[in-house]
Design a protein around this ligand. Sequence first.
Ligand code: C5P
Length: 206
Amino acid sequence: MIIAVDGPAASGKGTLARRLAAHYGLAYLDTGSLYRAVALAVLRAGGDPADEAAAVAAAHALDMADTEDPALRGSDVGRAASVVAAMPAVREAILDRQRRFAHTPPGAVLDGRDIATVVCPDAEVKLFVTASDEVRAMRRCKELEAAGEAVGYDAVLRDLVERDARDRNRTHAPLRQADDAYLLDTSNLDIEAAFRAAVGIVDSYR
Ligand code: C5P
């Protein structure tokens, strides 16, 4: 079984996808961490994330172990990730890796922006997880604070809105809800309630 979980930044899709994977005994892949790892490699080499040649080279050299680096969670890395993610050659370089992961038995839960639309259009269950801009900004503030990076709410909100616009408006694999995806709005749900709702949806497909 493959479960695709897409949605904008800080919508709660990562926590949800991780819990679904544990619940159903599936592997879990945070595909955002791949784009973040590419961006971090470029930044660490002193490069510019907008430099396509540097980003594509980093994407080809990507090692799965690079996706475990705690530095990936920084807001500067998230911003740079959405810049490299707009480059078709970067996406192409890591596409097969994601598909192989998804199709390895017993299956997987993948979260990202284009899982249901591009990476795994054949996924049995497709969830599109959203929350209001304000709720997402609050959640991201708390996450950054826990990671030791105190950023003001207004700056976080601006950053999220800008990043989502870049993800939605790019020409290649933009963030969008697949026609056959189930919309789950978590604005008024805590993680437990969102998880129960998601399990209800997944079980209805099995
Ligand atoms: O989910 P996360 O915030 O870690 O993703 C970082 C960035 O990576 C996103 O803003 C988006 O530009 C990009 N991304 C993507 N496609 C995916 C996952 C992430 O373009 N499947």
